[in-house]
Write a protein that binds this ligand. Structure first.
Ligand SMILES: NC(=O)c1ccc[n+]([C@@H]2O[C@H](COP(=O)([O-])OP(=O)(O)OC[C@H]3O[C@@H](n4cnc5c(N)ncnc54)[C@H](OP(=O)(O)O)[C@@H]3O)[C@@H](O)[C@H]2O)c1
Length: 252
């Protein structure tokens, strides 16, 4: 699916929420989904970044997006219920949900990992995803078919020294995806995970400051899998762990 070629109208009339849509992979995914016809709901914690993505989508003539500022570190169940009510009132359903926003945290020995950092990363990278999924499942069931994508990492599939809270949170994300996929198997909603592989973003640069970013794939280059899993060509996929690159870049 890495060379998947999406039809221009693959996502026409679909309503898709992207978290962390203001920067990096989420920003590119939101613009790419809009370019394929989707109305995207841009969720993130930095309003000016969301507005810049909004402006770019409108300037390209793609369907008018919606902006939903929310900090997942402090969001409450009430915030997610409010979000679901807003989406219900405006669209009446949700066809896609890309859980993409994440924090990296500090790369350190588990022995020295501050517990507050683990709590913060679990809140943003795991608890927020579950709370949002719980609130949005009724709307996802209102769509004729719906796709939930979780964003994993190489260190969410094989543990690696120093990746601490981030790796733990990505293992939890994979586990949540598998449990959810089993629970919704046979329904109109499906859930899968993507490991983007090393990709040219701010997060990657903070994990590998000495790396030449030009050696990495751009977010644009990994979009075929993001399109495949969001569109109806992947209706039969559920509970699968995908990789967006043939050889995910791993540096020690
Ligand atoms: N890049 C890679 O090489 C790579 C490799 C494997 C997995 N991944 C995964 O791919 C996903 C995207 O990564 P990326 O590299 O694009 O990261 P990024 O450039 O750091 O972008 C992350 C996005 O998440 C948002 N975000 C972070 N904390 C948030 C919070 N508390 N509330 C709301 N939004 C929040 C950020 O908002 P702000 O812009 O406001 O900070 C940003 O828009 C992540 O799940 C990451 O773990 C990336």
């Amino acid at each position: 699916m890495l060379d998947y070629q999406a039809k221009k109208d693959l996502l026409t009339n679909k309503i898709i929420l992207v978290t962390g849509a203001g920067d990096g992979i989420g920003r590119t995914a939101a613009i790419t989904y809009a370019a394929h016809g989707a109305t995207v709901i841009l969720l993130g914690r930095t309003q000016r970044k969301l507005e810049a993505v909004y402006d770019q989508i409108v300037a390209q003539g793609y369907p008018q997006p919606a902006i939903m500022p929310l900090d997942l570190a402090s969001a409450t169940v009430g915030d997610y219920q409010h979000m679901a009510a807003l989406i219900d009132a405006q669209f009446g359903r949700l066809d896609g949900l890309l859980h993409n926003a994440s924090l990296l945290g500090t790369l350190t020995l588990l022995e020295q990992l501050p517990l507050q950092e683990l709590e913060l990363l679990l809140k943003v990278n795991v608890v927020a995803e579950l709370a949002m999924t719980q609130a949005l499942l009724p709307l996802l069931r209102q769509a004729s078919t719906a796709s939930i994508l979780f964003t994993s990492s190489g260190v969410g599939r094989k543990g690696r020294a120093y990746w601490g809270a981030y790796a733990i949170s990505k293992f939890a994300t994979e586990g949540m995806m598998q449990v959810l996929a089993d629970e919704i198997d046979g329904s109109s909603v499906r859930a899968n995970s993507i490991n983007p592989g090393g990709t040219r973003t701010t997060m990657r640069a903070s994990a590998y400051p000495a790396e030449d970013p030009l050696t990495l794939k751009t977010p644009q280059e990994i979009m075929p899998l993001y399109l495949y899993l969001m569109g109806d060509d992947s209706l039969h996929e559920n509970g699968q762990a995908f990789s967006a690159q043939l050889k995910p870049t791993i540096s020690k």
